[in-house]
Design a binder for this molecule. Sequence first.
Ligand SMILES: Nc1nc2c(ncn2[C@@H]2O[C@H](COP(=O)(O)OP(=O)(O)OP(=O)(O)O)[C@@H](O)[C@H]2O)c(=O)[nH]1
Ligand SMILES: [Mg+2]
Length: 630
Amino acid sequence: MDIAVKPVRVALVGNPNSGKTALFNALTGAHQKVANYAGVTVERKEGRVQTATGRSVSVLDLPGTYSLRARSPDEEVTRDAVLGRLKGETPPDVIVAVADATNLRLVLRLILELKAVGRPMVLALNMYDIAQRQGLRIDLEKLQAELGVPIVTTVATRKRGIDELVAQIDAAAGSTWSEGETWTAPDAAAIRSAHSRAEQIMRATVRPPERPDTLTGKVDAVLLHPVAGLAILMALLFVMFQAVFAWATPAMDAIEAGFGLLGAGVGAVVPDSGPVWPLVESLIVDGLIAGVGGVLVFLPQIIILFAFIILLEDFGYMARAAFLMDKIMGGAGLHGRAFIPLLSSFACAIPGVMAARVIDAKRDRLTTILVAPLMTCSARIPVYTLIIGAFIPQETVWGFANLQGLVMFGLYAAGIVSALVVSFVIRKIFWRGAVEPFMMELPAYKTPDVKSVLLNLWLRAKIFMERAARIILPLMILVWAASTFPYPPEGATLPAIDYSFAGMIGHALEPIFAPIGFNWQMVIALVPGMAAREVAVAALGTVYAVGDVDASVTALEALRTTIMAQWSLATGLSFLAWYVFAPQCVATLGVVKRELNSWKWMWVMVVYMFALAYLASFVTYRIAVALGGG
Ligand SMILES: Nc1nc2c(ncn2[C@@H]2O[C@H](COP(=O)(O)OP(=O)(O)OP(=O)(O)O)[C@@H](O)[C@H]2O)c(=O)[nH]1
Ligand SMILES: [Mg+2]
């Protein structure tokens, strides 16, 4: 007997949100490994479990799908994994179909498709607790007979039914099956017939509760109400943004201080002498530490934002929020599910772009990714506050509103409105078809499980950090080199950056930026600002030689005074308009390229955003000058 030597491979397949990951966690406990599939940015989770007979089973958690007719990258991975077409992946010996027992209709069709693949299969009827609570009556024996697949009822979050499931996997692994069946994608007729077969099975085996679940109905009547529901959603978003900006501050300050200390520590250790050491120090301190620190500083905000999103998702609310927003965003050509990615983009466009994976249809996903960077990410805040502080008076208008706050609000609104307009235009230019209809069963409300929320949060934070590190590090080195080399000549009087490539680029581009009121110092600052938007503030400090604005309050004050003296109001406003639209962050562009796996679309984004920025700055500048702000 050598069954212990070669593990049985099991793949968990099911609709999104059916509890695959929860089941995976219940099955494998701590014995799991997370990686990416080769060539695509889709997480691959594998874990191990031993059966009672001593068989070793390796379990693969797959992204959710509604059909093997894959339409999103996530779904393609699932399909290819099931069919054994994935590079470096052996096909599963047993398929475990994971079904949300309260939402059988959609999954029955998937199960029929999976059956056609011809591998041994077990059906885990998950969320059975909720089904029972709702009073759903499922005739398990009949369902088992109709499908010809063994069924186990499970409650993944309570680890119920897990032993039974493992036993069924064990049995299925021992069964023989007909290899050599070649799978072909189902055509429209096949899908229709699977659909009516699923309906038929549904009618034969599932009866609605005797007393319908009036509580969910009542709650939904409020939460999905076009007016009350939206008001509640807005209130939730308000609290969420308060949390993101207020609660994150101490942690962000700590991270900033930590990286500052790290930089100082390195500075103290590296010798000051010779031609090479100062360069090494500059690379490490100004390039790597400052650059990576400049991105990691957003981690607290991202964690808080994700905590809210994961919690609301687990409560069953997010699908409803997406449903509510679908009507509004649909008018602009965006899918309801774009809501979460766009929301994440307020912290940082990188997790936002990554979150767009939940959108099935390629075009909807593409549109979402293209407009995500228009959402005001927190990296713009330091730039906004510097300029607003310098040019907008601290005044009360209309008796209650703070003028500076109002301008800040206007900048956020400009981002949101332009995202809606741009996606509308993208639809008109590139594809005319309607937005995919909103197909997403509303899940039952449930209480989130603390452990799974924390695990999820940790995984998402980890993924953000890994991506950030992998994409940002090389870019940081590039931007640092551009602002450092070549060295200033002997006896140079201007700040060193003036003589560097960044300086040359700045001077060369100056004529292009003159019509929108930028001076050469600003243009130079834009170059290192490409690394991360807020770096532009430090770069302005460098070109105006007011000292290290990150390290001292007085330097920041000095920079503000210098700007007030040297820029006109029109120039200041033009700079603000630029920052609303310009694709000022190469890390985001890198992630967009990776997620879409396309240079073309990344360039489409770069070009349209620069064009918008230029146009907005031009209009702002000219109007401000005409009104006497020049
Ligand atoms: N009450 C209850 N909740 C469950 C059960 N299984 C999963 N959940 C919850 O359902 C939600 C979705 O579970 P996940 O495991 O993330 O679902 P998934 O299938 O992995 O979702 P995707 O990966 O997005 O396709 C989570 O909030 C879980 O805690 C269950 O049996 N009973
Ligand atoms: Mg999952």
